[in-house]
Every structure is written in structure tokens, then in C-alpha cells.
Design a protein around this ligand. Structure first.
Ligand code: 9D3
Length: 225
């Protein structure tokens, strides 16, 4: 998979993409992540990429021209145009089903703004899907882009090691994960549930299912509906 990110702050991406599963997926060639700076496509000597909103109002709006030129430039680098995603607070809420859908694409193009809206013609003219990662205000689309990359890349074939199979992940069976324990058997007076030390695999499985169900009822009843 190729993932392009169009951003005003490419430097923000170095650390989240440079460690762990996403780093290894890039090294293995499972994913090629290409960062482009929208500001490189500004036309004037001030490198202007935003302007005042028509009709007035506070804040600035990301201009069409630098975004369309940047998009055109990256799309020319590959035979497939790619699925274009615009990160905005008004977008469709990102979730695991959308992560799976995006992981099936050959190419993704993520466009991130920074504390300002996009000129509406960017959405209209690119056919982009608008995506939000949740109902809270962030400073820009950069962290949401990194969240999407992380969630998508770990779903790619060969991205995960055998030890942490995606099939065992929370949400894959619609329930939260059961509580886990490791050594020691007792810590600050808190004991590991005896069933986990019993060696009875059937009883352990039943306990885990029941705990997962109880935890979901208590913390995320919405997942059971
Ligand atoms: C809601 C406030 N907007 C009206 C002036 C301005 C605005 C604030 C913050 C516009 C963009 C942003 C930056 N946020 C994102 O670009 C963003 C985001 C988010 O803030 N929360 C969850 N998901 C996303 S995806 C992109």
C-alpha cells in the first residue's frame, strides 16, 4: 500500500511513523508512506496557503490552489489515483470498520489542515471522503492522519507478528478485552484470580468470556446494542 500525506507540518509525523509496527511495515515494504508539504506549492514569495473567508468571520481558510497542486503532483507519481481522505472535524467518524475498508485500498491520500477549514471546493473537486477521529477539538488534521495510518497499517498482511494477531484484538468480536495478569501472583495485596492459575483451559475461557461481557456492559454498553 502507498499512503500519501499532504500536510503543512510533515515534521510532526517522524516519531509516530518511526517506531514499532508502522516502522517495521515500512522496512518490510508492506507500506510506502510519502509526506508532502502543501506549503511547497504556494505561489507567492510569502508562501501563502490560506486566506480570509468570503462572507467574513473569524479564522482563515486553506486555499484551493496549493492543495490541488500538491494533490496533482503526488497523483502523477503513481498509476493509481488513490482514495482521497480529507481530515475535518465535520467528517464521518473513524472506526474499526472504516479502518478495515481503507486497509483494502491500494493507495490512500490523506489531506490534513491545521486549525482552519478547507475551501469547500477542495472536498467537492477531489471527491474526498471527510473523516473525523472523534468529537473533540484538535489543533489540526495531523494527529488524526497518524491515528488512521496506525490503525490501517496494522491491518495490512504481514504487518503484525504472530504474537499479536489482529484476530485477538478488542472490537474484533464486538466486546472489550478480558482482564489480563502476569507475574507476580500477588502485588500490593491484589491477587491474580485463582482460575487463571488452575490450568483448566475450559474454565479459563469461560471466565474470560464472562469478564469481557461484564466489562463491556459496564464501560461500553453501546457496543452490545
Ligand atoms: C470546530 C472549530 N472550527 C471552527 C472555526 C475550526 C477548526 C478547529 C480545529 C477547524 C479545524 C480544526 C482542526 N481539527 C482538525 O483538523 C481535525 C479534527 C479534530 O479537531 N477533531 C477530530 N477529528 C479531526 S480530523 C481533523
Amino acid at each position: 500500500m502507498r499512503i500519501d500525506v499532504l500536510t503543512l507540518f510533515p515534521e510532526m509525523f517522524a516519531s509516530p511513523l518511526g517506531f514499532s509496527i508502522v516502522k517495521r511495515a515500512q522496512q518490510r515494504g508492506s507500506v510506502n508512506i510519502v509526506l508532502s508539504n502543501i506549503r511547497d506549492f504556494a505561489k507567492d514569495s510569502y508562501k501563502k496557503v490560506d486566506d480570509k473567508p468570503y462572507g467574513g468571520g473569524a479564522g482563515m481558510v486553506l486555499m484551493c490552489q496549493p492543495v490541488f497542486d500538491c494533490l496533482e503532483s503526488v497523483q502523477k507519481q503513481d498509476s493509481q489515483p488513490g482514495r482521497v481522505i480529507l481530515l475535518t472535524p465535520q467528517g464521518k467518524k473513524f472506526d474499526q470498520p472504516l479502518a478495515k475498508e481503507l486497509a483494502a485500498e491500494e493507495r490512500l491520500i490523506l489531506i490534513a489542515g491545521h486549525y482552519e477549514g478547507f475551501d469547500e471546493r477542495i472536498r467537492l473537486g477531489t471527491g474526498a471522503l471527510e473523516v473525523s477521529i472523534g468529537d473533540y477539538v484538535l489543533s489540526g488534521g495531523e494527529l488524526p492522519a497518524m491515528v488512521i495510518i496506525d490503525a490501517v497499517v496494522r491491518l495490512l498482511p504481514d504487518a503484525l507478528g504472530d504474537e499479536d494477531s489482529a484476530a485477538n484484538d478488542s472490537f474484533s468480536d464486538g466486546l472489550l478485552e478480558y482482564p489480563q495478569y502476569t507475574r507476580p501472583e500477588e502485588f500490593k495485596g491484589m491477587k491474580v484470580p485463582p482460575v487463571l492459575l488452575s490450568g483448566n483451559h475450559k474454565e479459563i475461557e469461560n471466565w474470560r468470556k464472562q469478564q469481557a461481557l461484564e466489562k463491556t456492559k459496564k464501560q461500553r454498553p453501546d457496543l452490545l446494542k
